[in-house]
Design a protein around this ligand. Sequence first.
Ligand code: FAD
Length: 382
Amino acid sequence: MMSSALENIVVVGNGIAGLTAADSLRAGGFDGELTIVGAESRPAYSRPALSKALLRSGPDLALHELPPPDHGATELLGRAATGLDPERRVLSLDDGSELGYDGLVIASGSRARRLGSAPDEFVLRTLDDAVALRARIASRPDLVVVGGGPLGMEVASGALEAGCRVTLVTNEPPMERHLGTHLGATITAAAVARGLDLIVTRDARIVERDGRSVVALPDGSLIEGDLLLTAVGDIPNTEWLAGSGLPSCGPLAVDSRGRLRPDIVAAGDVAAVPTASGPVRSPIWHSAIEQARVAAAALLLGDEAPELRAHPYFWTEQFDLDLRVAGRTPLAGEPEFVDGDDPAGPALLRWRHADGTATAVSVNYRIPIPRLRRLCEAAAAA
Ligand SMILES: Cc1cc2nc3c(=O)[nH]c(=O)nc-3n(C[C@H](O)[C@H](O)[C@H](O)COP(=O)(O)OP(=O)(O)OC[C@H]3O[C@@H](n4cnc5c(N)ncnc54)[C@H](O)[C@@H]3O)c2cc1C
């Protein structure tokens, strides 16, 4: 049964977790006052598009847009929450005002981690970042990317396609920590074949030379380009919770229903969900959606709400490879080829894990997400 005490719910964060929470609250029957506070001054958009279609596309700047919301919430955009008093159930906002709530969804996401502090270090997190990067890439600069995860590799791929010379510096083989050695090697081979200059080295740093940020390698050599972009992870946005009694450094460890307290839930990149090995963040698009649905239900239904059952799904597009991954990663060892035999695809791959679960991966192979998921379930049932 829906909690009768809830008349006024506030969502902090206007990303996909905040948007999904608002939609899910309405779908769950909440018809009270709903307010979204969002630091960015624009409606929610697709962050994954920023490093893929948007970076590669021509003049079309609409590829990141999401359908207009129908949750009917009051949206306070361009406004940040700056403090929380959970006992009074009051949020402070950056214009000095206060906002009361009966239920609170924290979906303040994360921001790019920087290696230095100079303004010429580009990062890619927001639409503004993407627009600025696109504009710079259009003049085909020599680009230096630090970070061999999905973001760094997607930017490198888009910039190469746009005609830039690209050097990528990474402290471990590209994509290996995210996807394992087999897929990491497949992607690396594709990247090098398409002209990526790859430097794998530990302890690269950003230093200033002649007023510019450059990459210093442990052997003393410098990697200089016209443009430097770092893609070295993200930091949960929790500092605004300082003094609230909730963690204000690092992620918010929620329970299996996304709760921090009965009246406060958290979801998306800001949250860490319980796993067998402790609270873990899963900063990917589909996890933000799954978590926000569960958290909204928990706010409305308490212990009667279903617990989170994570079904990780991740995709990346880089160096002419389109990878879709259903199930947990990274993937140890070699896969079973369910269809196709070329690692660069089209191929449908599967890894069976010791606990009876499986991960299915499509490489340049058009397959709907439910069918990819069914491949995992079939392996588990076999
Ligand atoms: C360039 C890029 C490409 C990506 N590609 C993929 C991909 O291919 N596949 C995939 O699965 N995932 C991808 N991701 C990750 C995915 O986009 C994120 O996991 C997802 O967007 C997280 O959503 P969120 O709502 O939790 O957080 P966010 O999207 O970070 O949204 C949080 C919002 O809250 C706002 N906010 C922060 N603090 C406050 C405050 N104090 N008050 C009010 N508002 C606040 C922020 O400004 C932001 O708008 C990508 C991420 C990036 C940056």
